[in-house]
Design a protein around this ligand. Structure first.
Ligand code: GAL
Length: 659
């Protein structure tokens, strides 16, 4: 079933104010609401005195109208009595300052009192709501890590970090070795000498830092795990999800997603911003389990809780386009944030479907129209999958390692992954994301951007994928570091050298805008002429054949990119960051051909395949109408007519073809 809903806060409204909400939700076509994530103080006004009737009445009234409920555990904000009683559960930042109560995300997940109180409210709610008609699932907490809260530097975290390290390293010799603590005299004799990487005068040890970041991510995952297991045990009929934040970097979402039935995420695109960024985050979120929801979809102007600035109004047609974009990329549910703008609090400027006055205006009408379309066609796609020959190996420890030492000024691992994603997407193919321990067998091409943390196991796995006929693409900085974030004492790309058939002779960061021209080399090179910036590597080919060389200057005719036949497959090593156009040409050359050529830049194509067939979505994100050429005429769902081969697609237009 395809879910179409809104986030709703019954605790914000008096019964009198709320009385029209549910009939208007029904009229808008809403079939699910999400509630309760910030309402702990309403559920438990005093320790162990629980009050659920206000929520029960709302759930029952919704159910009567055929609207389902996703209930949240409210652990993101403990009641004020709990904070006053246990001030030690407040987080501390790297400089030792307390993160005070009054907003949200201020509690430390390693604080025993917070863990105990959280477990208790989750258990009480799970027992109370396990069999209540209308409830279909749970969202745990809200956006773990939001407002910079993943990493806490309090004494509870210090103790927990030392325990985490003890389990990983067992003794001081091993940790000294793994972190290379001989540098700057950081060697430990006793376990209790190990600190947190709190604020310090110069750069911290990258291995110490990477383990702290891993530990902080694991802390969030452990908190999720305990709620997930409790909810699955007490509410076996309900699904459990959590609202992720797309490309948010601080938590290893592969690990977090293991403790959900499927992840959700919160999508707040800005009008006029890159329309493919939401697609990137839809596909990242889908890739964790194969299924996802958008739990919060922007439906009105944003209103920043700190600056108080009001964001832009979504343009006519944008909300519908964003909704279909989510479904096209695999969403089985979309909930708008939020039903109605609230009248008080830090987000009183953050709008929803309805403004503060509750009047149904343009956005309500657009959402109602979208709801009708989704109700008519959505179930054709719900539960279906997205098939693609392409995957990007995107890993959080890699991201963290590059965040600490990007090498080139302005280089961001995730932006680089996005550039490759955008190039794949321009071919018409969807793209999956896989972790370093993920299954590669269903892909034809795996891009492994900036694969700097490598050991033999990972190298062997990629080698086996290529030997069996796959194509692997490496980009600069690959193979340089160990999984502990120290440097290998071998030529780059270290453990990848044999499969790449080359070594890196020299690396050159270009911090001040310098560029190099490159040109194709060898027969049928997939690399077009281009100007590259930020960072270049000079490659020394052994078995590999050059596919690009530097076109002039000091590096003239030296190798910039090469390919190496590896068993039945092929390995590319790009020693430069290809700019967008060149990357798009490269992706088109190495991926299987897509049935539509010359896709206009602002047109997105996505495909879902399920029991009821395969569907191709064509979405125009641009500011004018566009034309695409289908391989032959196809039936279009929304208009109910046959279209093509040449098809015009209006601004904000969405077409769905049965293929
Ligand atoms: C999300 C969050 C919501 C709300 C919304 C608008 O990040 O989950 O609770 O704050 O943003 O700011």
């Amino acid at each position: 079933m395809m879910y179409f809903g809104a986030c709703y806060y019954p605790e914000h409204w008096t019964p009198d104010q709320a009385k029209n909400h549910i009939p208007y939700m029904k009229r808008a076509g809403i079939n699910v609401v999400r509630m309760g994530e910030f309402a702990w103080s309403h559920f438990e006004p005093e320790q162990s005195r629980y009050r659920f009737e206000w929520m029960d009445t709302t759930i029952q009234a919704l159910h009567k109208e055929g609207i389902a409920t996703v209930l949240c555990t409210p652990t993101c904000i403990p009641p004020q009595w709990a904070v006053v009683k246990h001030p030690g559960m407040l987080q501390r930042d790297a400089e030792g300052r307390v993160r005070n109560a009054g907003s949200r995300c201020h509690c430390c997940k390693n604080a025993p009192e917070y863990q105990m109180l959280s477990d208790r409210i989750v258990e009480q709610m799970a027992r109370h709501y396990a069999d209540m008609p209308g409830i279909i699932g749970w969202q745990t907490d809200n956006e773990f890590g939001c407002h910079n809260s993943t990493r806490c530097y309090c004494d509870h975290c210090l103790a927990a970090f030392r325990d985490w390290l003890l389990e990983k390293y067992k003794d001081t010799d091993t940790i000294n070795q793994a972190w290379g603590t001989a540098f700057w005299g950081f060697e430990f004799q006793q376990w209790n000498e190990i600190p947190l990487p709190r604020h310090m005068p110069a750069g911290n040890n990258p291995s110490h830092w990477l383990d702290f970041v891993r530990f902080s991510s694991d802390t969030q995952v452990k908190f999720q795990q305990s709620q997930f297991e409790l909810l699955k045990q007490l509410c076996p009929k309900h699904f459990v999800t959590h609202n992720f934040m797309g490309r948010f970097p601080d938590i290893d979402y592969y690990k977090l997603a293991q403790f959900t039935d499927f992840p959700s995420w919160d999508n707040y695109p800005e009008s006029g911003s890159d329309p493919f960024l939401p697609a990137y985050q839809h596909e990242i979120t889908r890739s964790f389990t194969g299924k996802f929801w958008v739990m919060e979809q922007k439906s009105g102007p944003t209103g920043d809780s700190e600056t108080g600035l009001l964001g832009e109004q979504p343009e006519q047609g944008e909300i519908r386009r964003w909704t279909w974009q989510a479904i096209a990329n695999g969403a089985d549910g979309v909930c708008y944030f939020r039903w109605r703008a609230c009248l008080s609090g830090a987000e009183q400027y953050w709008h929803g479907i309805l403004d503060h006055d509750g009047v149904q205006r343009r956005r309500y009408a657009e959402i109602s129209k979208t709801a009708q379309e989704v109700a008519k066609f959505g179930n054709l796609f719900a539960g279906s999958t997205v098939d693609t020959p392409a995957a990007i190996l995107r890993s959080y420890p890699l991201l963290w390692s590059v965040e600490r030492q990007p090498g080139a000024a302005g280089f961001h691992y995730d932006d680089h992954c996005y550039e490759i994603y955008r190039a794949v997407k321009r071919t018409g193919h969807n793209c999956d994301f896989v972790n370093i321990d993920g299954d590669l067998s269903k892909y034809k091409v795996v891009f492994a951007p900036c694969l700097c943390l490598v050991d033999k196991k990972l190298a062997d796995k990629l080698d086996a994928f290529a030997q069996a006929g796959g194509t692997v693409v490496f980009t600069p900085q690959s193979g340089a570091r160990t999984p502990s974030n120290t440097m290998w004492a071998y030529p780059r790309p270290g453990a990848l050298t044999a499969m790449a058939g080359l070594t890196v002779e020299e690396v050159r960061p270009y911090h001040h805008g310098q560029t190099e021209a490159i040109e194709p080399a060898g027969d049928r090179s997939p690399v077009p002429p281009a100007t590259v910036a930020k960072w270049v590597e000079v490659l020394a080919c052994k078995e590999a054949q050059p596919v690009a060389q530097f076109a002039g200057g000091r590096l003239k005719e030296k190798c910039a990119a090469a390919r190496n036949a590896c068993g039945k497959g092929m390995v590319y090593y790009l020693g430069v960051y290809l700019p967008a156009e060149a990357m798009a040409a490269f992706a088109a050359a190495v991926l299987p051909a897509f049935p539509i050529a010359d896709i206009p830049e602002n047109v997105e194509i996505a495909r879902r395949t399920g029991k009821q067939g395969s569907y191709m979505f064509v979405i125009n994100h641009g500011s004018q109408s566009e034309v695409i050429t289908l391989p032959h005429a196809l039936a279009e769902l929304i208009t109910g007519e046959k279209a093509g081969p040449e098809v015009k697609i209006a601004r904000n237009g969405v077409l769905i073809f049965k293929t």
